[in-house]
Design a protein around this ligand. Sequence first.
Ligand code: SF4
Length: 251
Amino acid sequence: MKIMNTYVNPDRLEFIVTFACSGKCKHCSLGDPPGKAVHIDSAAAENAVKSLAGNYKINSVMTFGGEPLLYLETTARIHAAAKAAGIPHRQIITNGFFTKNKAEISTAADLLADSGANEILISADAFHQETVPLEFPLAFGEALTKRGIDVKAQPAWLVSPENDNPYNVKTREIIEKFKSIGIPAGNGNVIFPAGNALKYLGEYFTEISPENPYEQDPGNITSISVEPNGNCLNGNILQSNILELIDSYTP
Ligand code: SF4
Protein backbone atom coordinates (compact mmCIF):
# COMPACT_ATOMS: atom_id res chain seq x y z
CA MET A 1 0.00 0.00 0.00
CA LYS A 2 1.60 3.29 -1.05
CA ILE A 3 0.30 6.20 0.96
CA MET A 4 0.64 9.70 -0.41
CA ASN A 5 0.41 12.70 1.84
CA THR A 6 2.31 15.78 0.73
CA TYR A 7 2.80 16.86 4.35
CA VAL A 8 4.68 13.69 5.30
CA ASN A 9 7.86 12.63 3.50
CA PRO A 10 9.66 10.47 6.04
CA ASP A 11 13.22 9.23 5.82
CA ARG A 12 13.59 8.73 9.55
CA LEU A 13 11.65 7.13 12.41
CA GLU A 14 12.31 8.00 16.05
CA PHE A 15 11.08 6.27 19.19
CA ILE A 16 11.03 7.96 22.57
CA VAL A 17 11.18 4.61 24.34
CA THR A 18 10.30 6.09 27.75
CA PHE A 19 10.36 9.38 29.62
CA ALA A 20 11.71 7.53 32.68
CA CYS A 21 15.37 8.26 33.29
CA SER A 22 18.26 7.29 35.55
CA GLY A 23 19.60 10.85 35.37
CA LYS A 24 18.28 14.12 36.72
CA CYS A 25 20.02 16.65 34.56
CA LYS A 26 19.66 20.35 35.17
CA HIS A 27 19.86 21.03 31.43
CA CYS A 28 17.19 18.43 30.49
CA SER A 29 14.75 19.86 27.95
CA LEU A 30 12.05 17.41 29.11
CA GLY A 31 11.83 18.88 32.61
CA ASP A 32 9.56 16.59 34.60
CA PRO A 33 7.12 15.08 32.09
CA PRO A 34 4.09 13.05 33.23
CA GLY A 35 3.70 9.36 32.34
CA LYS A 36 7.18 8.23 33.34
CA ALA A 37 5.96 4.68 34.06
CA VAL A 38 4.99 4.19 30.41
CA HIS A 39 7.26 2.63 27.81
CA ILE A 40 6.76 1.90 24.16
CA ASP A 41 5.03 -1.32 23.15
CA SER A 42 7.58 -3.56 21.41
CA ALA A 43 5.22 -5.26 18.97
CA ALA A 44 3.58 -2.00 17.90
CA ALA A 45 7.01 -0.42 17.41
CA GLU A 46 8.22 -3.37 15.32
CA ASN A 47 5.09 -3.11 13.20
CA ALA A 48 5.62 0.60 12.65
CA VAL A 49 9.21 0.01 11.52
CA LYS A 50 8.18 -2.74 9.12
CA SER A 51 5.22 -0.87 7.64
CA LEU A 52 7.07 2.39 7.18
CA ALA A 53 10.18 0.82 5.65
CA GLY A 54 7.99 -1.22 3.32
CA ASN A 55 6.56 1.97 1.80
CA TYR A 56 9.21 4.68 2.17
CA LYS A 57 12.97 4.83 1.82
CA ILE A 58 13.87 5.09 5.49
CA ASN A 59 17.48 5.99 6.20
CA SER A 60 17.54 5.84 10.00
CA VAL A 61 15.77 4.63 13.10
CA MET A 62 16.67 6.21 16.42
CA THR A 63 15.75 5.23 19.98
CA PHE A 64 16.16 7.64 22.86
CA GLY A 65 14.33 8.89 25.95
CA GLY A 66 14.44 9.50 28.93
CA GLU A 67 16.84 6.58 29.18
CA PRO A 68 15.92 3.99 26.52
CA LEU A 69 18.08 1.22 27.98
CA LEU A 70 15.90 1.04 31.08
CA TYR A 71 13.87 -0.98 28.54
CA LEU A 72 16.75 -2.83 26.95
CA GLU A 73 14.75 -5.65 25.32
CA THR A 74 12.31 -3.21 23.73
CA THR A 75 15.12 -1.06 22.37
CA ALA A 76 16.90 -4.13 20.99
CA ARG A 77 13.70 -5.38 19.31
CA ILE A 78 13.20 -2.03 17.56
CA HIS A 79 16.73 -2.13 16.13
CA ALA A 80 16.40 -5.77 15.11
CA ALA A 81 13.24 -4.83 13.20
CA ALA A 82 15.09 -1.92 11.56
CA LYS A 83 17.93 -4.21 10.51
CA ALA A 84 15.51 -6.78 9.10
CA ALA A 85 13.80 -3.99 7.14
CA GLY A 86 17.12 -2.90 5.60
CA ILE A 87 17.33 0.50 7.34
CA PRO A 88 21.04 1.39 7.31
CA HIS A 89 21.42 3.72 10.32
CA ARG A 90 20.25 2.24 13.63
CA GLN A 91 21.01 4.71 16.38
CA ILE A 92 20.62 4.95 20.14
CA ILE A 93 21.13 7.98 22.37
CA THR A 94 21.77 6.85 25.94
CA ASN A 95 23.27 8.22 29.13
CA GLY A 96 24.93 4.80 29.56
CA PHE A 97 23.57 4.29 33.08
CA PHE A 98 20.96 1.55 33.29
CA THR A 99 22.65 -0.81 35.75
CA LYS A 100 25.55 -0.76 38.21
CA ASN A 101 26.28 -4.42 37.51
CA LYS A 102 29.30 -4.89 35.20
CA ALA A 103 28.10 -8.32 34.03
CA GLU A 104 24.76 -6.78 33.02
CA ILE A 105 26.61 -4.04 31.13
CA SER A 106 28.43 -6.72 29.17
CA THR A 107 25.23 -8.67 28.46
CA ALA A 108 23.49 -5.48 27.29
CA ALA A 109 26.35 -4.76 24.88
CA ASP A 110 26.00 -8.30 23.48
CA LEU A 111 22.25 -7.93 23.03
CA LEU A 112 22.55 -4.55 21.30
CA ALA A 113 25.34 -5.78 19.02
CA ASP A 114 23.19 -8.80 18.08
CA SER A 115 20.18 -6.55 17.48
CA GLY A 116 22.06 -4.59 14.83
CA ALA A 117 22.18 -1.20 16.58
CA ASN A 118 25.18 0.33 14.85
CA GLU A 119 25.60 3.92 16.10
CA ILE A 120 25.44 4.66 19.81
CA LEU A 121 25.82 8.14 21.26
CA ILE A 122 26.63 8.23 24.97
CA SER A 123 25.81 11.51 26.68
CA ALA A 124 28.96 12.94 28.25
CA ASP A 125 29.13 16.36 29.85
CA ALA A 126 29.15 18.35 33.06
CA PHE A 127 25.37 18.12 33.36
CA HIS A 128 24.89 14.38 32.90
CA GLN A 129 27.82 13.56 35.13
CA GLU A 130 26.28 15.39 38.09
CA THR A 131 23.92 12.42 38.53
CA VAL A 132 25.30 9.73 36.20
CA PRO A 133 28.53 8.23 37.67
CA LEU A 134 31.07 8.28 34.86
CA GLU A 135 32.41 4.77 35.50
CA PHE A 136 29.22 3.17 34.11
CA PRO A 137 28.97 4.97 30.75
CA LEU A 138 32.72 4.48 30.31
CA ALA A 139 32.39 0.73 30.95
CA PHE A 140 29.39 0.51 28.64
CA GLY A 141 31.16 2.45 25.88
CA GLU A 142 34.18 0.19 26.12
CA ALA A 143 32.00 -2.93 25.96
CA LEU A 144 30.19 -1.65 22.86
CA THR A 145 33.42 -0.67 21.13
CA LYS A 146 34.81 -4.18 21.69
CA ARG A 147 31.76 -5.53 19.85
CA GLY A 148 32.47 -3.33 16.83
CA ILE A 149 29.71 -0.75 17.38
CA ASP A 150 30.41 2.86 16.39
CA VAL A 151 30.31 4.73 19.72
CA LYS A 152 30.68 8.46 20.31
CA ALA A 153 30.60 10.65 23.38
CA GLN A 154 27.82 13.18 22.91
CA PRO A 155 28.33 16.46 24.80
CA ALA A 156 25.76 19.14 25.56
CA TRP A 157 27.41 22.56 25.32
CA LEU A 158 26.28 25.64 27.14
CA VAL A 159 26.19 28.85 25.02
CA SER A 160 28.51 27.30 22.38
CA PRO A 161 31.23 24.61 22.17
CA GLU A 162 33.86 27.36 22.26
CA ASN A 163 32.52 29.24 25.29
CA ASP A 164 34.67 28.88 28.41
CA ASN A 165 31.96 28.77 31.09
CA PRO A 166 32.69 26.36 34.00
CA TYR A 167 30.28 23.71 32.65
CA ASN A 168 32.02 23.55 29.28
CA VAL A 169 35.42 23.35 30.96
CA LYS A 170 34.22 20.32 32.94
CA THR A 171 32.63 18.82 29.82
CA ARG A 172 35.96 18.98 27.99
CA GLU A 173 37.59 17.03 30.85
CA ILE A 174 34.90 14.35 30.65
CA ILE A 175 35.27 14.02 26.89
CA GLU A 176 38.99 13.46 27.36
CA LYS A 177 38.21 10.47 29.58
CA PHE A 178 36.20 8.90 26.76
CA LYS A 179 38.98 9.66 24.28
CA SER A 180 41.49 7.96 26.57
CA ILE A 181 39.63 4.66 26.06
CA GLY A 182 39.31 5.13 22.30
CA ILE A 183 35.84 6.75 22.14
CA PRO A 184 35.81 9.97 20.10
CA ALA A 185 33.48 12.89 20.70
CA GLY A 186 30.60 13.69 18.39
CA ASN A 187 29.53 17.26 17.67
CA GLY A 188 27.01 17.21 20.47
CA ASN A 189 24.42 19.91 20.72
CA VAL A 190 23.99 23.37 22.19
CA ILE A 191 21.55 23.49 25.10
CA PHE A 192 18.35 25.35 24.27
CA PRO A 193 16.02 27.03 26.77
CA ALA A 194 13.34 24.46 27.58
CA GLY A 195 12.35 22.35 30.60
CA ASN A 196 15.01 22.24 33.32
CA ALA A 197 17.46 24.28 31.24
CA LEU A 198 15.10 27.23 31.37
CA LYS A 199 14.58 26.73 35.10
CA TYR A 200 18.20 26.28 36.21
CA LEU A 201 20.37 27.85 33.51
CA GLY A 202 18.25 30.84 32.55
CA GLU A 203 21.10 33.30 33.16
CA TYR A 204 22.97 31.78 30.19
CA PHE A 205 20.13 32.46 27.77
CA THR A 206 19.83 36.20 28.27
CA GLU A 207 21.99 37.21 25.31
CA ILE A 208 21.63 34.18 23.10
CA SER A 209 18.70 31.86 22.78
CA PRO A 210 19.62 28.74 20.81
CA GLU A 211 16.74 27.25 18.85
CA ASN A 212 15.36 23.82 19.55
CA PRO A 213 17.07 21.73 16.82
CA TYR A 214 14.44 19.00 17.12
CA GLU A 215 11.48 21.09 16.03
CA GLN A 216 10.31 20.52 12.49
CA ASP A 217 7.85 22.12 10.10
CA PRO A 218 4.45 20.45 10.68
CA GLY A 219 3.77 21.01 6.98
CA ASN A 220 6.80 18.94 5.95
CA ILE A 221 7.39 16.02 8.29
CA THR A 222 10.57 14.16 7.37
CA SER A 223 11.17 12.54 10.73
CA ILE A 224 8.28 10.66 12.33
CA SER A 225 8.38 10.50 16.11
CA VAL A 226 6.60 7.99 18.35
CA GLU A 227 6.04 8.76 22.04
CA PRO A 228 6.20 6.18 24.86
CA ASN A 229 2.39 5.78 24.89
CA GLY A 230 2.34 5.19 21.13
CA ASN A 231 1.23 8.69 20.15
CA CYS A 232 2.44 9.50 16.65
CA LEU A 233 1.45 12.24 14.19
CA ASN A 234 -2.22 12.92 15.08
CA GLY A 235 -3.00 9.37 16.28
CA ASN A 236 -1.50 6.35 18.02
CA ILE A 237 0.32 3.27 16.69
CA LEU A 238 -1.45 1.08 19.26
CA GLN A 239 -4.76 1.84 17.55
CA SER A 240 -3.83 2.35 13.89
CA ASN A 241 -1.18 1.28 11.45
CA ILE A 242 1.44 4.00 10.98
CA LEU A 243 0.52 4.21 7.28
CA GLU A 244 -3.06 5.10 8.21
CA LEU A 245 -1.71 7.79 10.54
CA ILE A 246 0.30 9.24 7.65
CA ASP A 247 -2.69 9.04 5.36
CA SER A 248 -4.96 10.98 7.74
CA TYR A 249 -2.35 13.53 8.92
CA THR A 250 -2.93 17.23 8.54
CA PRO A 251 -0.66 19.88 10.07
S1 SF4 B 1 19.08 15.00 29.74
FE1 SF4 B 1 18.81 12.85 29.18
S2 SF4 B 1 19.84 11.72 30.84
FE2 SF4 B 1 19.50 13.79 31.59
S3 SF4 B 1 17.54 13.71 32.71
FE3 SF4 B 1 17.10 14.37 30.58
S4 SF4 B 1 16.61 12.48 29.49
FE4 SF4 B 1 17.67 11.90 31.39
